[in-house]
Design a protein around this ligand. Structure first.
Ligand code: CA
Length: 235
């Protein structure tokens, strides 16, 4: 289940603000509208928004100053500037301060929705790469969504299975002993009297999902006497 994307609209013209709210709510976003510049900055810095739509001429604090202050603490926050001015100088000023895009009023709402979607796609590319675990050419695992694919096949994982994969992936340079997995993934003390077979059972289940040939694992391999190791490339 995907969460709703959160949009902050900092705009003092009530008609534009409410129009934007209607359109983006219709497109499935959570929208927060603020009319005052100072409050807009505070909201941008303290809230968690996927994107900020920022007017330039605002009461108490202008859009450029807000953008500068946002960038001082968060270089990744996606921001699109909205302005009445369409001159090249204004565009360059906004982009130089770190706006992701720039839309001149009067704008077409359909255009703006497309721009917002494009900026969000770009900003999420990095984040999505971080959470994708690839094994060879065929297996891609979405660690955040407990899902993945092996060729055409859809995979689903339990939280525990994903925790094992992530732990092994993070320590890919060495084999991880079973008691270390019990300690780190299950939270058992190292000397706890718990069957290391628990680990083996989970590993067997994982192999049936990620390995083309579970009886001859190429990714989740056993290192005799040392534990398990996750290889992201097969030799
Ligand atoms: Ca304004």
């Amino acid at each position: 289940m995907n969460r709703k994307l959160r949009l902050l609209v900092v705009e003092d013209e009530a008609a534009i603000s409410s129009g934007l709210r209607d359109v983006f709510v219709y497109h499935g976003y959570d929208v927060c509208c603020v009319a005052d510049g100072g409050r807009g900055l505070e909201e941008a810095l303290t809230g968690t928004y996927d994107l900020v739509l920022l007017d330039v001429m605002l009461p108490t604090l202008d859009g450029y100053t807000i953008l500068e202050r946002i960038r001082a603490t968060d270089r990744e926050q996606p921001v699109i500037m909205l302005t009445a001015k369409s001159g090249d100088d204004e565009t360059i000023h906004g982009l130089a301060l770190g706006a992701d895009d720039y839309v001149a009023k009067p704008f077409s709402v359909a255009q703006l929705v497309l721009r917002v979607q494009a900026v969000l796609r770009r900003s999420r590319v990095g984040a999505e790469q971080d959470r994708t675990l690839r094994l060879g050419d065929a297996v891609a695992i979405d660690t955040a969504n407990l899902s993945g694919t092996r060729g055409d096949e859809e995979l689903t994982f339990t939280r525990r299975e994903m925790a094992i994969l992530e732990y092994l992936a993070a320590h890919g340079d060495r084999p991880v002993p079973r008691d270390e997995l019990l300690n780190k993934v299950w939270g058992y003390a190292r000397d706890a009297d718990i069957e290391t077979r628990t680990v083996d059972i989970h590993v067997a289940k994982l192999r049936r999902k990620i390995e083309p040939e579970p009886s001859e694992p190429r990714f989740l391999v056993t290192v005799r006497g040392a534990g398990y190791r996750l290889l992201t490339e097969t030799e």
